[in-house]
Design a protein around this ligand. Structure first.
Ligand SMILES: *[C@@H]1O[C@H](CO)[C@@H](O)[C@H](O)[C@H]1NC(C)=O
Length: 188
């Protein structure tokens, strides 16, 4: 069988690639400076999360529930998908700094408490394009709910810290709420 020169070259490159892949180790130690990780910073962010569950343009929708959810006093098993605006001031008309995108679900049978799995996706200023990831517990009866920041992207790579959520306003008829967030986060 006769192969064309380009084909032979591509075979050769393929086998060289296999051979060199075998020499690479799976993991190695590198210096933090390789990634430009020099000075760790601590930041405080303050913003308001708008959770609109009723009306024409809800920002959170129920995507799943269990057979017992609607008879459960805590709506146990209800799962919501949210993409709610984050604003600099409590008013929805104030500057939008990002959005809170993710899932929250009723995770307690004895009180109204959510499991929060959210990304704060920032769209303003130096944090535009960067995000923080939240994984925590949100018991609504507590005045301050603390949720861990488990990571981040962009300027927030290697982020860790915590978020404090406080209810700024809630409409008990519609369920719509404005939550104030104070986030304290270490990153590089
Ligand atoms: C944020 O970044 C996006 C994508 O790079 C850009 O289109 C947008 O104008 C930026 N927004 C602000 C407020 O800088």
């Amino acid at each position: 069988m006769v192969y064309s020169l380009p084909k032979l070259i591509s075979f050769l490159l393929f086998f060289l690639g296999l051979a060199s892949a075998k020499c690479h180790t799976f993991s190695r130690t590198i210096s933090p400076s390789v990634l430009g990780l020099d000075q760790q910073e601590l930041n405080h962010l303050n913003f308001y999360f708008h959770d609109i569950i009723s009306g024409q343009n809800p920002t959170a929708v129920r995507v799943a529930e269990a057979p017992i959810t609607n008879t459960s006093p805590t709506h146990f098993g209800a799962v919501m998908m949210a993409d709610g605006p984050l604003t600099a001031e409590p008013e929805l008309s104030s500057k939008i700094v990002g959005s809170a995108q993710g899932i929250y679900g009723s995770a307690s049978q004895s009180e109204l408490s959510f499991l929060m799995v959210l990304n704060f996706a920032f769209t303003e200023g130096e944090y535009n394009g960067s995000s923080l990831s939240v994984l925590g517990r949100n018991p609504l009866s507590s005045t301050v709910r603390e949720m861990p920041i488990v990571g981040g992207s962009g300027l927030f790579r290697f982020a860790r810290g915590y978020a404090e959520a406080r209810t700024h306003a809630i409409d008990f008829k519609t369920g719509n709420a404005i939550e104030e967030f104070n986030v304290y986060v270490f990153h590089y």
